[in-house]
Design a protein around this ligand. Structure first.
Ligand SMILES: [Cu+2]
Length: 189
């Protein structure tokens, strides 16, 4: 339902406008009224004001909870659990991150088949960030060293191409060179 907000940076920009424009309108209205229409101290009854306050806070709380609730499906642990529940043919790939490279148990993937990335770090703090061929960041996982369970996430590729893997946690002198690639091809079915 909210997919369009996640497609590109215009989505984030329009959400920002959604919150900023009403604020700006109210702000300008108040400045206008207090400057030209009613410059003297307000004659509004105090009790009426506190009721307005309550309504305003309730509206903010409802919007906050509502938008968080609507975006739950987009949280990686939840979308991963949903993919795991609905797909039988998940492709598993193990990732080992070590200063300053990655080792993947598979590097070829197919459009439409969910891939479970299970990643561990062998030495220090790294991350596993995946970039779409057009440069968009698809997701990132923080990899803490010494953990028993790998960081894991299910991603379903929708377009073929060469995807870039990068480390987004500063991990030492050659951190900027820590990258790899994986190839996604059209589905064979
Ligand atoms: Cu790094």
């Amino acid at each position: 339902m909210l997919d369009f907000l996640y497609q590109d940076s215009w989505g984030a920009f329009s959400v920002m406008l959604f919150f900023q424009i009403p604020f700006l309108v109210v702000f300008l209205y108040i400045v206008y009224r207090k400057s030209f229409v009613e410059p003297e101290p307000s004659a509004t009854d105090q009790r009426k004001l506190s009721r307005l306050d309550g309504l305003w806070i309730a509206l903010v709380v409802i919007l906050f909870v509502g938008f968080n609730f609507l975006s739950l499906d987009y949280m990686p642990p939840i979308s991963s659990a949903q993919s795991a529940a609905t797909h039988k043919n998940i492709q598993d790939v193990e990732v080992k991150a070590e200063s300053w490279s990655y080792e993947l148990s598979a590097e070829k993937f197919e459009v439409g088949r969910p891939v479970r990335f299970s990643a561990k770090s062998a030495d220090t703090m790294h991350s596993f960030a995946l970039y779409h061929p057009d440069g968009r960041l698809l997701f990132t996982m923080m990899l803490m060293p010494g953990l028993e369970t790998p960081a894991s996430l299910i991603h379903t590729f929708t377009e073929p191409g060469t995807y870039k893997i990068r480390c987004l946690e500063y991990c030492g002198a050659a951190h900027h060179e820590m990258s790899d690639e994986l190839v996604v091809t059209e589905s064979k079915q």
